[in-house]
Design a protein around this ligand. Structure first.
Ligand code: ASP
Length: 413
């Protein structure tokens, strides 16, 4: 039988049926049956998909970044693209937290509960802000690869690629090999993506079976505030950025990009979404690989607008729960720390809450509040990851067009 349905449609069907199935199972099936379902079918199937994608992340980022940095050839241009994309990433993140704070101060999600302030703060481990920067430089690149430390891998791969260009002719054969390895990685992604419909179904229904919809009820306002800001960021901020800075039609972008959003939503991981994101940027949006191979992994690692939004709203929410009034200075500090925290947040599920500890600690808000928001964080994580990776692609399109390298025919096709 010939199977002609595009993968994207299959993924969408998997998403919808997965949600429906999860809700039905949560409401109707006996708990014991659900346990068996989770243990024997949904968890393994979801894991196969997740592991398949994760398998490819480190080798892909290494090869594609080296070949990207080397293929840009002109070192000055790499510097220019790097400067542009980093400024875009930082500015949009700061803007995202600012909007988050405004909305949180209007909705006031935590007012009225007045929890007693904990007598003792359990100071959770959170990195010192400056070490987020110094830790970017690997002391042992092999160890960074083994640990999958994306920021360190990125720094090393860029230096490696740039140095290939500096060495010149002598290094060409190696570059050729790396380019070939890169193509092979992309083929592997294609194979792994064949399991995406099953993986998406399993991952989505798992969340709904385990938590059901009423888990959202007590924290509805908090969740609502975050979702509202996420929507503002995706459609208003990014849409305007595409139109004004990128000078392209935003609707076209969303029409082509939603498949990547679905993968981000179901995996809750920017890292896991890198391969698909790069693929769509290149094939459907007309971004040259020399730019996307650099900006997408970098963005997945340092640019987390959705995460920063969650941290902004969460900080206000938790402060309000404990009856703490945040003054302007403290709110500005939230913007600064959340923006920096987003650089150090790993693109994996749940990483944002860990970094939230750093933000809260900087402001002096009790970390105990984190326990409360954890119950809804799984679902919010899925949504904010969508925003995280969308911001990366938008920045990539904008920078590509500003470099006159965006294939407008492909973009508008
Ligand atoms: N899951 C998010 C991501 O991968 C990070 C976070 O927890 O906010 O982008």
């Amino acid at each position: 039988m010939k199977n002609k349905m595009p993968l994207a449609n299959k993924v969408l069907i998997a998403l919808i049926t997965g949600i429906a199935f999860g809700l039905i199972a949560h409401a109707l099936f006996p708990a014991q049956f659900n346990d068996i379902l989770l243990k024997w079918i949904l968890t393994p199937v979801g894991d196969v998909f997740l592991r398949g994608i994760k398998m490819i992340v480190v080798p892909l980022v290494l090869c594609s970044l080296i070949s990207g940095a080397a293929s840009i050839g002109d070192i000055k241009k790499l510097g220019r693209v790097g400067g542009k994309i980093l400024s875009y990433y930082m500015i949009t993140t700061a803007l995202a937290v600012t909007i988050a704070l405004i909305i949180a101060n209007v909705i006031n999600p935590g007012i009225g509960l007045n929890l007693p302030l904990p007598t003792e703060y359990k100071a959770a481990e959170s990195p010192f802000i400056m070490s987020v920067f110094t830790n970017m430089i690997p002391t042992n690149p092999i160890e960074s690869l083994v640990k999958g430390d994306m920021l360190q891998i990125i720094i090393f791969a860029i230096l490696f690629g740039v140095s290939i260009t500096l060495v010149g002719e002598g290094a060409k054969p190696l570059l050729h090999v790396i380019n070939q390895a890169n193509e092979i990685m992309i083929k592997i992604i294609g194979i792994v993506m064949l399991t995406a419909p099953f993986g998406v179904f399993a991952l989505i229904s798992k969340v709904l079976i385990a938590q059901g919809l009423d888990v959202l009820l007590p924290l509805l306002k908090y969740t609502f505030a975050i979702l509202l800001v996420l929507l503002i960021q995706v459609f208003l901020v990014y849409g305007t950025a595409l139109k004004v800075l990128g000078k392209v039609n935003p609707i076209k972008f969303y029409k082509k990009f939603w498949t990547v959003m679905v993968v981000a939503f179901s995996t809750s991981s920017s890292n896991a979404t890198i391969p698909v994101n790069m693929d769509v940027c290149k094939r459907k949006l007309g971004v040259p690989e020399s730019i996307s191979s650099f900006t997408i992994p970098l963005g997945a690692t340092v640019n987390m607008d959705g995460t920063a939004i969650m941290q902004g709203v969460a900080a206000v929410f938790i402060a309000q729960l404990f009856g703490i009034d945040l003054n302007i200075t403290q709110q500005l500090l939230i913007i600064l720390t959340a923006t920096l925290a987003s650089i150090g947040t790993a693109g994996v599920p749940g990483a944002g809450v860990v970094m939230l500890a750093m933000v809260l600690q900087q402001i002096g808000i009790p970390l105990e509040g984190i326990a409360l928001i954890l119950s809804v964080d799984r679902i919010i994580d899925m949504c904010r990851t969508v925003v995280n990776i969308t911001g990366d692609a938008i920045g990539t399109v904008i920078v590509s067009n500003s470099e006159k390298e965006l294939d407008l025919e492909v973009y508008h096709s």
